[in-house]
Design a protein around this ligand. Structure first.
Ligand SMILES: [Zn+2]
Length: 97
């Protein structure tokens, strides 16, 4: 089964569900993905999961407080390599570069 590409919306949902205390498998069910795929993506975007079995820390975002490389406004990055805010991504400049 090939992995579908993650959209920004799905990544945001992943973060919200993780923060709500859902496990990778529960999040996978909601997003129609495998638990493994959710775990890989979560790692990539810096989400720590609440692990019920061992009562680990609650999920939280690690990487925040980035400034957009184009407009210099603060933005929330849903993955580590994302340095351009959503509004700048819609501009022609970004599409052509
Ligand atoms: Zn921007």
């Amino acid at each position: 089964m090939a992995e579908r590409k993650w959209t920004n919306d799905e990544a945001t949902q992943l973060i919200e569900l993780a923060e709500a205390g859902l496990t990778v498998d529960e999040i996978g069910e909601r997003l129609d993905r495998t638990g493994g795929a959710v775990r890989v993506k979560a790692n990539r975007i810096g989400v720590d999961f609440y692990v019920r079995d061992i009562g680990k820390f609650p999920a939280k975002r690690r990487s925040e407080k980035l400034d957009c490389m184009m407009c210099r406004l603060p933005m929330v990055s849903t993955w580590a390599g994302n340095r351009i805010c959503d509004s700048c991504k819609k501009t022609e400049l970004y599409r052509c570069s």
